[in-house]
Design a protein around this ligand. Structure first.
Ligand SMILES: NC(=O)c1ccc[n+]([C@@H]2O[C@H](COP(=O)([O-])OP(=O)(O)OC[C@H]3O[C@@H](n4cnc5c(N)ncnc54)[C@H](O)[C@@H]3O)[C@@H](O)[C@H]2O)c1
Length: 361
């Protein structure tokens, strides 16, 4: 029986949140999930991703359609449930959109976090796992990148929201010693649950490499646009540290285990594989594993994109006892299984709600 019984998962209907919920349920936690469906399929009737998480695990989830910007809605949820720890995924995350609508991003991501922290404190809940990102590092000064690398030299608004929140968490944990917080800096999450039942299905416009590539493989998009083939890398395309979303999910369970047994104040960990893979290499593996052909179109580099980034994940291994298990081949084959089983993503209508909605069965 885990020491933290009930976990509030914000953004639980989203890509990483829904996969993490599966691992939390399997680890024996009770899950209360919230989402406002800004970037996930679902409505008052429920979330198909969470419904399928229930199907995978055979366990129940309590779900609320709620917005972190609406303090009284969130407050009511804390009044109703004894929350032991919060995993905070809810955020807007599209880099391009964040440059066009900075206030939307600052309001949603920063105010959402502030509201949550205030409500947690007023309910005596001081345990938090926060979804941060390797974007907080900006252009790396050295590779692989460790947690001690300077942060803040960021070229986009989305990344700055993550950086500002990390700074806020530093100030908070320095001032109020009860807080017990882990900030996880994700590298590049890809893949899907091996069952093919849950995966990535954003409702906003997206340019993420793997979902885009899968759409091309399905013939829904004509070519895969690659931004830049003149980087200073062996094949000229950018290099990233792709991590299977289920490895990422297990990193959260490991983080919960650490703060349920120890008072850490604030700790930061990289979650990556430690291996850099170029865009071209990823496309080649995807084609080989799925037996598809992905036509490429090279265009100018995107403003603010960096050349190469991969993690040194030694700290997470030593202190969380966490390592990645999935290969690049599995990241591709699992995503492809999800995409071919659900070519149009989750069902958009007639969602059969088996999850407990707003606390009622
Ligand atoms: N996917 C990535 O590449 C990546 C990389 C690094 C960090 N992250 C971070 O991980 C977290 C989860 O990312 P994801 O890929 O699952 O994104 P996602 O968009 O699939 O999930 C985020 C969820 O939060 C919800 N949400 C947004 N604002 C909300 C609000 N105000 N109230 C309630 N719900 C709200 C959205 O509807 C969505 O379902 C985010 O914080 C993201 O910034 C993601």
């Amino acid at each position: 029986m885990p020491r933290f019984k009930t976990i509030l998962v914000t953004g639980g209907a989203g890509y990483i949140g829904s996969h993490c919920v599966v691992d939390l349920l399997e680890a024996g936690h009770d899950v209360v999930a919230i989402d406002n469906f800004a970037n996930a399929v679902g409505d008052e009737e429920g979330s198909p991703a969470l419904q399928r998480a229930e199907q995978i695990t055979g366990k129940k989830i309590t779900f609320y359609k709620a917005d972190l910007l609406n303090k009284s809605e969130i407050n009511d949820i804390f009044d109703k449930h004894q929350i032991d720890c919060v995993i905070h995924f809810a955020a807007l995350k599209a880099v391009g959109e964040s440059m066009q609508q900075p206030l939307l991003y600052y309001q949603n991501n920063l105010l959402g976090m502030l509201n949550l922290l205030e409500i947690m404190r007023s309910h005596n809940c001081y345990q938090l796992v926060f979804s941060s990102s390797c974007t907080v590092y900006g252009e790396p000064e050295s590779l692989p990148i460790t947690e001690t690398h300077p942060t803040g030299n960021i070229t986009n608004v989305y990344g700055r929201t993550k950086y500002f929140i990390e700074e806020m968490l530093k100030d908070l944990s320095a001032a109020e010693k009860k807080w017990n917080i882990i900030s996880l800096r994700y590298f590049n999450p890809v893949g899907a649950h091996p069952s093919g039942l849950i995966g990535e299905d954003p409702t906003k416009e997206f340019t993420n490499l793997m979902p885009f590539m899968a759409q091309v493989a399905l013939g829904k998009k004509p070519v895969l646009t690659v931004f830049g083939n003149d980087y200073n890398t062996p094949d000229g395309t950018g290099i990233r540290d792709y991590i299977h979303v289920m490895d990422l999910a297990s990193g959260h369970v490991a983080a919960l285990n650490l703060i349920s047994e120890n008072h850490v104040g604030l700790k930061v960990y990289n979650l990556g594989t430690g291996k850099g893979v170029s865009v071209k290499e990823l496309v080649n593996v995807f084609e080989r594993v799925t037996g598809t052909n992905i036509p490429l179109k090279y265009v100018e580099r995107r403003l603010g994109d960096i050349t190469a980034m991969w993690a040194d994940a030694t700290l997470a291994k030593e202190q969380l006892g966490w390592t990645t298990k999935y290969t690049i081949e599995e990241m591709c084959s699992d995503f492809w299984r999800w995409q071919t089983m659900n070519p149009d993503g989750y069902p958009k209508k007639n969602i059969k709600a088996s999850v407990i909605i707003n606390g009622k069965s």
